[in-house]
Design a protein around this ligand. Structure first.
Ligand SMILES: [Fe+2]
Length: 187
């Protein structure tokens, strides 16, 4: 939703204001966890029929940019994923991300690399952790964390907080079967 469409301050606006207030220079290693706490608070205080959330649910768009900060560079994405929607292992390059589930259940697998990175373009991955994003669950993935998502129960309203615009940075996808790293360059 466009910012200008919102009249009075709502829970989403307050959440954004709170993120801005804790941002500082954006380099504090605790920042992903602060955003996690703020998103948890947002979800706990938001009803599905609150107008801003009702609009997201009603529209059911797979992906929309809810807010982009003109000064600090962070982006809050909102997704409505059908059951079965998923992606392949990827990282967010030098950025971090906070994934939160409002409805549905999304499983996020976190991987660790088991190779030493000596062979360019090659890698081997091992599953390290499985996070189950039930409603209200919010999990940060830090710089370099390789992960993949899978909507096991839908439709799932999923919030994805990006510390910076992913289109502007180099990052990677990983093909587990072929054992390859696929560069995703900045656009
Ligand atoms: Fe991701």
């Amino acid at each position: 939703m466009a910012v200008q469409e919102r009249q009075a301050e709502n829970g989403f606006d307050r959440y954004i204001a709170e993120v801005r207030a804790v941002w500082g220079d954006g380099k504090d290693p605790q920042l992903p966890f602060r955003v996690q706490a703020l998103m948890e608070k947002l979800f706990a205080s938001t009803k599905p029929d609150d107008p801003w959330m009702a609009e997201i649910i009603r529209d059911g768009k797979p992906s929309r940019e809810l807010y982009r900060d003109p000064d600090l560079g962070f982006i809050q994405m909102g997704h409505v994923h059908k059951q079965g929607h998923g992606n392949t292992p990827h990282d967010h390059g030098p950025c971090w991300v906070v994934y939160g589930g409002y409805t549905g259940v999304t499983e996020i697998t976190k991987y660790k690399r088991t190779d030493d990175g000596a062979q360019p373009g090659k890698c081997t991955l091992e599953k390290e952790r499985l996070d189950k994003l039930t409603p209200g669950t919010v999990v940060p993935y830090l710089t370099g964390d390789i992960h993949s998502t899978n909507a096991v129960q839908g439709p799932g309203v999923v919030f994805r907080f990006l510390s910076y615009d992913l289109d502007k940075i180099d990052r990677s996808r990983y093909n587990q079967e072929k054992g390859t790293v696929i560069p995703v360059p900045a656009r």
